[in-house]
Design a protein around this ligand. Structure first.
Ligand SMILES: [Zn+2]
Length: 407
């Protein structure tokens, strides 16, 4: 509806500098905000009252046509929008059918009755709090002239995060990667809890988030995989790169063939840690030899597409791997032997099944996105999970409440 909005205010500005005028504008802003809302609501309400059929109905008798004005300036209702707190004088009508009196302001606005922070604002504040620290979010909002308390941002993050669900998309690629990263949880040591992420590869490149969970370090993988069982059933075969415990995927039975591939990107990294457990001196001659061998074995050339060539390459890699295991055994490196033996069976499945170029960890980038936010402060398990859900949904799954789109 086209309408005219007129405003006349008396302001006192000491000088014409950028600073002074900006400050004056910020004082003006909150005054305008509620007034603008009240004016627009009033114009619409007057228009609706002239219509035969109203866009609202009596809460008691269901009448949609006959109402009279009770008041245009009723009790103040306060609600938070992105520009600050709105204080609206409520519009109240009376049902000519049953005499019931009701406020229509929130009905017109399309917001829930009574709540101070409506859903739309919660969504936006939730995104804000997931993208930056609460302190920064508060500071940014403060620059626009109003004070937002951190609890409101925190609560918004929790509410929005709880609503976000991840799952596999049957339209995207039958390929995924799962990985974990340690996160700082209040009251436990650094490596106490791990955030586990499942990403699915997209047809047009890049990844989307298909699962997220927080579990014990080097355990609790079923929490990540369990909700995905249903989605996995829509694929004939699924190629999964992970170093996690995949026992729960046995539940899929024969109908879905899951092809496991150890993350070749991680293997040399983890091996360094295993060598340390075996007491191998860092950068010593045996250390350098073993690691260089493994790095070479793990380096897989992408885009080789002749099956014969691939099989030959894999045979040579497996040969070198068993030689490396023999070397470790000779040196008495118990942990290294076990580690490599466990990894061996799932190291080249991707290559053999022609899933090309899985030498990079796509989750690793996602983890950096997580860490930039999560490493600011200490979290509760729930808090960390919810903030991460929003953050990843925004960066990878097109979730953006500012565009009024769902995840
Ligand atoms: Zn009525």
């Amino acid at each position: 509806m086209k309408m005219e909005y007129q405003v006349s205010v008396h302001i006192d500005i000491p000088e014409p500098t950028l600073k002074a005028i900006t400050q004056a504008y910020m004082r003006l802003f909150p005054m305008l905000l509620s007034d603008f809302f009240n004016t627009v609501l009033g114009v619409f309400a007057e228009h609706y009252m002239r219509l035969r059929r109203k866009p609202f109905r009596c809460e008691r008798c269901g009448n949609e046509e006959r109402f009279s004005w009770k008041t245009r300036k009723g009790k103040i209702t306060a609600l938070l929008c992105l520009f600050g707190l709105l204080r609206l004088a409520q519009l109240q009508v009376k049902c000519s059918g049953c005499g019931h009196k009701m406020y229509i302001t929130r009905k017109l606005l399309g917001v829930e009755p009574k709540v101070k922070v409506p859903r739309q604002t919660v969504m936006k504040l939730g995104l804000l709090g997931a993208l930056s620290s609460f302190r920064v979010a508060q500071k940014i909002v403060g620059m626009f002239g109003w004070v937002l308390d951190r609890m409101t941002i925190w609560r918004s993050v929790q509410r929005v995060g709880k609503q976000i669900r991840f799952e596999l998309d049957a339209q995207e690629q039958p390929m995924g990667q799962a990985d974990g990263t340690g996160i700082p949880i209040r009251g436990i040591r650094k490596r106490g809890k791990e955030l586990k992420v499942f990403v699915q590869l997209k047809r047009r490149g890049g990844v989307r988030i298909a699962g997220l969970a927080i579990g014990d370090y080097e355990g609790g993988w079923e929490k990540l995989f369990e909700p995905l069982l249903e989605g996995l059933r829509s694929f004939k075969r699924f190629f999964l790169v992970t170093d996690g415990d995949t026992n729960i995927l046995q539940a899929l039975g024969e109908r879905v063939k899951v092809i496991f591939q150890r993350c070749l990107w991680h293997i040399p990294h983890q091996f360094k840690w295993v060598l340390w457990k075996d007491g191998v001196k860092r950068k010593s001659q045996p250390w350098v030899y073993a690691l260089a061998e493994l790095l070479d074995i793990c380096a897989v050339r992408a885009y080789v597409d002749q099956q014969k060539l691939i099989r030959q390459m894999v045979r040579r890699k497996q040969q070198r791997l068993s030689e490396l295991i023999g070397y470790c055994r000779q040196q008495g490196w118990r942990h290294s032997v076990t580690y490599l033996e466990n990894a061996a069976s799932d190291m080249f499945t991707g290559l053999l099944n022609r899933f090309q170029g899985r030498t990079v960890s796509l989750v690793e980038r996602v983890m950096r996105t997580v860490n930039m936010r999560i490493n600011v402060g200490k979290w509760s398990v729930e808090g960390a999970l919810n903030a991460t859900k929003i953050r990843l949904a925004y960066y990878y799954n097109g979730f953006d409440p500012c565009l009024d789109r769902a995840a």
